[in-house]
Design a protein around this ligand. Structure first.
Ligand code: T4K
Length: 385
């Protein structure tokens, strides 16, 4: 261990959006200006939807204005009501979408390795009111979709996956968005692929395409007909134009992220008390959206929060995704399924996970420095105790 690392001059964040060359974006914007068509499913929108359907290897795709709308539209499209079994370890959007629609979330504990909803715990939570299972592929780790589907089929439940972290992830060569009845994506600026704000819904049932269109466009069927209570969740032409340019950068970005993630693993794999992500499953094509590490305080000698605060002093802004658990929000805490005694794994993991910076603007040297900082904070905290 060398001496105290020198802090970064500028802040280093967990993510940084891919920024296409401004001239190329400008050229595309000129086309938009020329057309005087800014939203309502214009040329950019149609082109992006087509392109992403190919990149994501999905059967049907509907773009929308963000990942949260995508969840709302998915739930509405499948007429989900009553209770939905879901994970407490996710971004607020997943569970808030249920509550927002008057659906009761039923929290299911998570798997200690993937951090995803644990199928072994699902069946005991099913009641006559259960209508669906809402899984999240947290940090791009794929849920145990086979076991979930088996349970859903036995109990006639719908399956929705929040694939906000799983853009481009493939399982045995199949796009992640083909799993379950519907998957939702977020194209927020912090995501691997982005349109500044944006999202999409993928599905296998052709019938849903028209319904999605209605749901995101006020339910307007024609000038004379409004056929369902839809909202406005359309992606506009400027977002879509940006997305088309960002598409060109994805492959290189993933390749860079892979190298950086491999470097993290090389540097940190042998550190006792640190558990690193599973990057080497031959069946999965990963996207390296997040670099999550799990800290076993007793073995590592320093808590997750100490490391988070320690890194800040070096200008490294890691994140505690997803703290706190959704089950602990004031409006959920009274639910029977939200009791900590039912969520043993999630309650532990939520205090142990830290996301380290991982994006294409970083270099191997930066990763080495961040690893030196991690080891330095560990040593200082350990010596203090
Ligand atoms: N489901 C799941 C599982 C999700 O994780 C999310 C969103 C959703 C659904 C909903 O999708 P959207 O409705 O958002 O499309 C960020 C994102 O805002 C959020 O989209 C994302 N998940 C979540 C995991 O991360 P915050 O609160 O961490 O954002 P913020 O502003 O602190 O950004 C994180 C870091 O990124 C900053 O430290 C700096 C950097 N950054 C951020 C922005 C906005 C940039 O470099 N440039 C930027 O423009 O939620």
């Amino acid at each position: 261990m060398r001496g105290k690392p020198v802090p970064f001059e500028k802040e280093i964040f967990v993510s940084q959006p891919m920024m296409p060359p401004l001239e190329k974006f400008h050229k595309r914007l000129s086309d938009v200006w020329e057309s005087k068509w800014l939203t309502n499913l214009g040329v950019q929108h149609i082109t992006l939807e087509d392109k992403l359907r190919g990149i994501l290897k999905v059967n049907y795709l509907a773009l929308c204005n963000n990942g949260t709308s995508a969840l709302l539209l998915a739930l509405k499209a499948l007429d989900i009501g009553g209770e939905v079994i879901t994970t407490p370890f996710t971004f607020p959007a997943t569970v808030n979408a249920l509550t927002f629609l008057g659906i009761r979330p039923v929290f299911c504990d998570i798997d200690p390795i993937t951090f995803n909803i644990n199928p072994a715990r699902i069946e005991s939570l099913i009641t006559p009111q259960t209508s669906a299972i809402l899984g999240v592929h947290v940090f791009g780790n794929i849920c145990d979709t086979e076991s979930i589907q088996k349970i859903a089929d036995q109990h006639h439940l719908k399956v929705i996956y929040d694939a906000a972290h799983a853009f481009g992830v493939e399982v045995n060569g199949k796009g992640v968005g083909t799993l379950g009845d519907i998957s939702t994506f977020s194209f927020h600026a912090t995501k691997l692929f982005h349109t500044a704000e944006g999202g999409a819904i993928s599905f296998n049932d052709e019938f849903l395409y028209h319904k999605m269109y209605l749901l995101k466009n006020f339910g307007i069927e024609s000038e004379d007909e409004v056929v369902l209570p839809g909202i406005n969740a359309k992606m506009n032409e400027i977002q879509a134009a940006l997305g088309l340019e960002v598409c060109e950068l994805i492959e290189d970005e993933i390749a860079i992220r892979k190298k950086l993630a491999d470097r993290y693993v090389e540097r940190l794999a042998d550190v006792e008390g640190l558990i690193l992500p599973l990057f080497d499953d031959a069946h999965i094509k990963r996207n390296y959206q997040y670099m999550n590490i799990q800290i076993d305080k007793l073995v590592f000698g320093c808590s997750r929060d100490d490391l988070y605060n320690g890194l800040k002093e070096f200008n490294v802004f890691s994140r505690k995704y997803f703290y706190p658990l959704c089950s602990s929000y004031e409006w959920n805490a009274g639910l029977e399924s939200a009791r900590e005694t039912h969520l043993i794994v999630a309650s532990k993991v939520v205090n142990e996970i830290l996301i380290l910076p991982l994006h294409g603007a970083l270099r191997i040297d930066d990763i080495d420095k961040i690893c030196d900082m991690v080891l330095y904070v560990k040593k200082v905290k350990h010596d203090e105790s």
